[in-house]
Design a protein around this ligand. Structure first.
Ligand code: CMP
Length: 139
């Protein structure tokens, strides 16, 4: 079983898309094993997106990610890293496949509703960023 981190971003939360996103995960045999709602500080957002710190969109991205609460979740399932990325669709919603979360709901390349880890290594780091061992509901 694999795990990944998903985040419903501030645009998804403020537009009432939490249920819609979760429904798509559950309908695709993805199990949510941890979930919370948090409002990041700018310092938190800069740490989380540190890999993008040299990119021209870094300041705007970190401002956006601190503009309201977000919902981080740990997803579990077979091949869930790839599966989640398929359900989300491409970062740029204009290039995202039909029926994906971003194609259906994103409004620009930044306000793209969801984030998902892109590899095993990133998933481990990103899960550890938001959740401690007591919150992982290990059975
Ligand atoms: P995410 O998957 O969370 O990873 C980095 C985020 O930066 C991305 O989704 C977008 O929300 C945001 N972003 C803004 N502009 C760009 C861009 N030109 N290329 C990639 N990501 C961008």
């Amino acid at each position: 079983m694999e795990r990944t981190l998903s985040i419903i971003k501030p645009d998804g939360v403020s537009r009432g898309l939490i249920g819609e996103v979760i429904k798509r995960f559950e309908a695709n045999d993805i199990k949510i094993i941890a979930m919370k709602m948090v409002h990041l500080t700018l310092d938190d957002a800069r740490k989380f997106y540190a890999v993008h710190k040299e990119r021209p969109f870094f300041a705007s991205l970190t401002d956006f990610m601190t503009s309201g609460p977000i919902v981080p979740m740990i997803l579990e399932g077979e091949n869930v890293i790839e599966k989640n990325r398929t359900l989300m669709g491409a970062t740029n919603y204009k290039e995202a496949a039909e029926g994906t979360i971003r194609r259906d709901f994103a409004t620009d390349i930044e306000k793209n509703v969801v984030h998902g880890s892109d590899s095993h290594e990133t998933a481990a780091v990103e899960i550890g960023f938001f959740f401690n061992q007591f919150e992982m509901n290990e059975r």
